[in-house]
Design a protein around this ligand. Sequence first.
Ligand code: GTP
Ligand code: SPV
Ligand code: MN
Length: 591
Amino acid sequence: MPGKEKLIQWVEEMARQTEPKRIVWCDGSDEEYHQFIEEMQDDRSLIRLNQKEYPGSYLHRSHPSDVARTEKLTFICTTRRADAGPTNNWMSPKEAQTRVWPLYHGAMQERTMYVVPYLMGPPGSPLARAGVEITDSLYVAVCMRIMTRMGRIAMEQIGRTGEFVKALHSLGDLSPERRFIVHFPKGDEIWSVGSGYGGNALLGKKCHALRIASVEARQEGWLAEHMLILGVQSPRGEVTYVAAAFPSACGKTNLAMLMPPPELSGWRVWTVGDDIAWMRWGDDGRLYAVNPETGFFGVAPGTSAKTNPNAMATIRRNTIYANVAMTHDGLPWWEGMDGPSPAEAWDWRGHPWSPASEDKASHPNARFCSPATQCPCISSKWDDPQGVPISAILFGGRRARLTPLVLESFSWSHGVYVGAGMATETTAAQSGAVGVVRRDPMAMLPFCGYNMADYFAHWLAQGGRAGAVLPKIFQVNWFRQDENGKYMWPGFGQNLRVLQWIVDRARGRGAVVETPVGFLPDPKAIDTTGLGVSEESMRDLLAIDTEAWLAEMEEEAAFFGLFGSRLPEELRREMSSQEKRLESANAKGGR
Ligand code: GTP
Ligand code: SPV
Ligand code: MN
């Protein structure tokens, strides 16, 4: 059936269930966007910020119980439970029909249904994929306009190919009791009800571009990953592209927009993407990455001119903020922003706030939503349909102890093992406890749409591709703490010093020290002039505690045990070789 008819039929079907007052087909135009913004001010779902200081910018306050992704209420819907795997919540298609579908019945009565066609990936790219989100939230529609290529351009592709992901979203009654985010990888369908928050509701992002796309990528031989993409430019003008997976709120946006410190003059970092990478093998054997998105949905708290000046410039106009505080002058504010705290403000819930208040002014997971083109360091290739060739892949988590500042894996399969064994401390980006160490393979634990054992196998299989020019795989950790709980590494712009070594290694240069867990930089290989980190701290940041690693490997083994016989043999081999290397080093008294 031609795409347009298929789409009309689906929209009619969804309208019969949800019973909207009216249906609006979005064309993605500027006029439409501005009209939506006007309507949202009228119904008070958007508050106008100070237009002199923040032109085109607004604040959205969400329901206080709806401020982060709810992983517990996120499901993969497959006929067989094993296909979702032990790390995903599973629901049978039948159960979804009886438990979730009825929640849509009459859910849009007295509301407008917005039909939002969108494209993920640059138009004309072999990786451009279309979707249509049906939503009763204007906040969702305006954020989708920023985050995706919305409207006509998507309709063209749908009309031509007849293929699109069907994404149904309703705010429902916003009760966490009746909140579900359900994915049907087989039918390319997503149902989300009961939440208006980012990753739960902007369905092109995590639901489509990661959970659904990861299944498609496995079938078609490419990769859909929770990764930033950046280009590092050396003073000689050589640009090296890097993709990096860090879990939510662990530094992707910050690294993607890195501002080189003055001591490292001549170096530049160009942003291609800050959250999601779609990567495919090119005819020349290299791995090419595109950013499927067109905007940044980033963490506000901690963002300042000191930590991320490029983000501060990006979010100065045309930005939809969510759950930040607002000063009496209509300026957005959050903890960790520049300058002193305002003497008085409204907190993220709209209650009066002062520095004496017990609660934070901004929600820790408050976000900004801004167009990518506003970023001062946006790469000239950020929307290149072919993508950028990746020379290095980084895996990083938030670990107070154990994992060093940087290490290089011995091989592709060792690198896959390093990524699969990753762990991190939880953050405010997902509801639940903060600061608990959990395994988060490749930062994809909440986003892999199928059994993660098969996901590891898919990654391993890439290493055996004929003619593939494999990127080198690294692990990084910006979050090591000393015994007083202070970060030992200054991070942010200074992370460029680590990127320099990574670029050297990717280009076959740079000195290393071999350890049981990977290659570490030779102590002199990281330039520390003007850094203010003592030699002793650098030693600690690059130390390998073999006993602690062996203890970690027990936890890792318990996690891998969840997958039973489905865990790839190659991963088991990497794990046991690493264990042997550690044991033998330990017997000799450490590294
Ligand atoms: P998501 O959008 O949730 O996927 O997060 P993200 O991975 O893009 O994380 P982001 O860059 O927004 O950073 C999250 C938090 O980590 C912010 O509060 C940052 O200030 C902090 N952060 C980022 N980079 C560094 C760093 O190098 N060192 C330290 N100490 N903190 C950092
Ligand atoms: C994340 O939580 O990883 C985010 C924000 O990037 S969300 O859009 O909610 O997924
Ligand atoms: Mn993310």
